[in-house]
Design a protein around this ligand. Structure first.
Ligand SMILES: [Ca+2]
Length: 453
């Protein structure tokens, strides 16, 4: 090789390796059943989340990020399967579970070393085992003790679940994340570290001494705690007293505060490693939950409380302390991270990047946002309005809410004459969604009869 060619060869080599070094690391923190408003930086005075707050200040927070829904009782499983396969609800429901998660594979193909710990709960081959190059302390979702233990005491370690093996599962996942982070930051390759916290999903377990940090009687409850569902046969409907609801809020918040402390330790470890500046942190949940709002317990419904969850991104080239109310899906997060990491999005991925919205584009990646729960419920959000359809056997119901004027979904507008154009538009869009995404319902034939409204 002549000297000039040799110089060019080494120059090209240097350029390509410096480009490789510039790829941002990804720290992907996924919580379970964390509703949007459980963050003090979003104005909730009843909970103290200084570390999630620090991410809010460091990055972009989406305040209208929704799960697309679920085809099974297990909403988490559906949400996560969509998130890591990139497929919409009905195509994801038909997966046989015999492939690796393609969106993690895309990062592997893009030169990333991948690491995972905690809960996974995704309908792909071999669970977490084949998803990541390195795994530490993968854990199943604990069974709900509320249904099996009487009485259930949060601090009774003998009742297992989160207390199994003597260490709270949130601590174990947090500590495992730090171990993996040390390993990942000592390697040359960029890393994708997945941290799946079981918290704040049930069962809510904590030490008795933690009780003093939140006084349930001082918690302010939203107005829809007093609201009763209109009535459709939802799972576990209960008469919900304010005392029952505030104790529930307290327990839920206590496990989130523990989660927040471990998030703080992970962020400190990342800063100590020297990799913080070149790491994108994604903090999100798979879905929210109703804790008595609108008379409902659980996430098997299409109220905003259950569909929406936190979605925060912070890191290089991401604006700081910015709030975006454009509607996106939680499942848009991986295509977004791919764009930020300059990794091609696999063709099969139906979700979209919201990088343009982070950079100031005012219109969203979607014209409307779908919600579905099995074949019992459908919802569509178009601009300010949300139409919800309920169907079971011969029962049919339709509800329309103005989410700007009525964020707690208490005033049904479907009976008003002035709503008819909005309803028609929503039904048309919902019908198109259902048909184009492989859904089973003929929206028009079920929901256009006069008695439905
Ligand atoms: Ca969940």
């Amino acid at each position: 090789m002549k000297p000039l060619f040799i110089s060019i060869f080494f120059l090209l080599l240097a350029v390509s390796s410096s480009q490789a070094a510039k790829k941002p690391n990804i720290l992907f923190i996924l919580t379970d059943d964390q509703a949007l408003e459980t963050i003090s930086a979003l104005g909730n005075n009843g909970i103290n989340t200084p570390n999630i707050d620090s991410l809010v200040r460091a990055g972009v927070t989406f305040t209208n990020a929704s799960n697309m829904g679920s085809w099974v009782d297990d909403v988490s499983f559906a949400s996560r399967t969509m998130m890591f396969t990139g497929k919409f609800l009905w195509p994801a429901s038909k997966l046989k579970g015999n492939e690796d998660p393609p969106l993690i594979q895309a990062f592997k193909d893009g030169g990333y070393e991948t690491y995972g710990t905690g809960a996974w709960h995704v309908g792909t081959k071999d669970g977490m085992d084949s998803a990541f190059d390195h795994i530490l302390n993968k854990r199943p979702v604990p069974l709900s003790l509320e249904e099996t233990e009487t009485p259930f005491t949060a601090w009774n370690h003998d009742q297992g679940a989160n207390w199994e093996n003597g260490t709270h599962l949130t601590n174990l996942t947090g500590e495992s994340a730090i171990s993996l982070l040390k390993k990942a930051t000592s390697q040359e390759k960029p890393f994708f570290l997945y941290v799946g916290f079981n918290a704040p999903a049930l069962p809510w377990q904590y030490e008795q001494k933690e009780l003093k940090s939140i006084k349930s009687e001082q918690l302010s409850l939203p107005p829809n705690i007093k609201n009763r569902h209109f009535y459709f046969s939802l799972k576990s409907p209960k008469e919900i007293s304010p005392k029952f609801a505030s104790n529930r809020y307290r327990d839920y918040y206590l496990v989130i505060e523990r989660l927040d402390r471990h998030l703080g330790r992970i962020l400190s470890a990342l800063k100590q490693s020297g990799s913080y500046k070149n790491t994108i942190i994604a903090f999100l949940s798979d879905n929210g939950i109703n804790n008595g709002e609108n008379g409902i317990i659980g996430c098997q419904n299409l109220y905003e409380k259950s569909l929406k969850a936190p979605l925060i991104l912070a890191g290089p080239h991401i604006p700081k302390n910015k709030f975006i109310d454009t509607s996106v899906y939680l499942q848009d997060v991986l295509p977004t991270l791919m764009q930020l990491a300059q990794i091609p999005k696999p063709k099969l991925c139906q979700f979209r990047s919201f990088v343009p919205q982070m950079n100031g584009k005012e219109t969203g990646p979607w014209e409307d946002i779908l919600g579905a729960y099995c074949n019992d419920m459908r919802s569509i959000k178009v601009e300010d309005h949300k139409l919800v359809l309920y169907r079971r056997k011969t029962e049919r119901h339709m509800k329309l809410y103005d989410l700007i004027k009525d964020p707690f979904e208490m005033n049904d507008l479907s009976q008003r004459k002035s709503s008819s154009n909005i309803i028609e538009n929503c039904l048309d869009r919902l019908q198109r969604w259902e048909a184009s995404s492989g859904g089973m319902l003929n929206i028009r034939s079920y929901f256009t009869q006069p008695d439905v409204r």
